[in-house]
Design a protein around this ligand. Sequence first.
Ligand code: FEO
Length: 427
Amino acid sequence: MKNDVDVSSHTNAVEFDDGVYWIGALDPSLRTFDIILTTANGTTYNSFLIRGSEGVAIVDTVKENFSDEFFARLESVADYSEIKVIILNHLEPDHTGALPELMRRAPQAKLYISQRATSMLKALLKPAGGQFEYTTVKTDDSVSLGDRTLRFLHTPFLHWPDTQCTYLEELGVLFSGDIFGCHYCDKRLYNDRVGDFRFSFDYYYAHIMRPFKKHVMDALKLIEPLTLKKIAPTHGPILRERPRRYVTHYRELSTSSLSGEVGVTDKSLIVFYMSSYGNTAKMAEEISEGASIVDGVRVSLYDLEGGETDPFVDLIEEADALLFGSPTINGDAVKPVWDLLSSLAVVNLKTKIGGAFGSYGWSGEAVRMIEDRMRGLKMKIPHEGIRVKLIPTDEELEQCRDFGRSIAESLVGKPQKKAVIDFADLA
Ligand code: FEO
């Protein structure tokens, strides 16, 4: 493929299809994005210009401090008076930083956003003052540039409520917003020209899209039937070489591997624990025993002392119930438990059941602290956790088995007896 990219001057637009231009910005020195994401070689803020027989459309803009670069590239291929349409696929500031100024320079342009973007747009343009008009669009709405048609796909929560995609019908180009994006800066721009960005693509998916897998699957239902010649996301390479490969990869990443196993229809309950003197471990084993007698529940027991966090996060994502056992040390749960709990921000936990247990010496705060964290993650806690002072007695171990069975039964919809057990009161 010919060497047809030149962004070295910071003023050149790149025509990557007939009348379709990249007018974005390169940010090679960025190392941390949105506080939680790292990038080894920066990112790009991709913005696009589409020229039709009856006007010009702009799809997304750039982060505010890259506005000069964006406007210089835009001016290299169009006059502001030609801009008929501004489409915002996503209103996060890295894509709308130049919007107020663009609207000032092209006041005749009409804004197109998703319904859910309305309140964000108002908040965004509030500092700029004045009146502004916009049109909300949904799946299969379209806007015409004469010989070019831009059709909208409603793809919310990828990764904000407002997100949508725009499809250029005549050329088969999908402007996908953050979907299929990654923080990878390479001025060669195209996926078949830049360096190996696979790790960045998967990292971005894992941190940005993963909590919204259900919404990814919904979006793929709209995207997969399209004739896809190119995918133009808002970050990272333009995917012009085998673009459908990335769609397939998103489906793979968003598909539950556990449910793909032959014959697996059981609910999954996982018991994680750490133990100082074997007492919390003994409780964990009895809880697992109790849960295991319930038909239709698959129970797994893991000692956090022997595991890495990342594979556990994968298991947790597909589990239906999670129980955490920790001793109380210095008034707190132990670090491996917190490490695992804190890594769950990338997982949707809303429908999962949680529970906690643990042995303690004299104060025993860990169980309640773990429960509070799980509630904060929107998990349901159907049974208050079990706290045992030092070594569990036979009676206490029996209570652990009951606790495990009750949690398991609540997974399969069986009647549960209300169990509120605090052996601290008995000590
Ligand atoms: Fe790239 Fe969600 O902004």
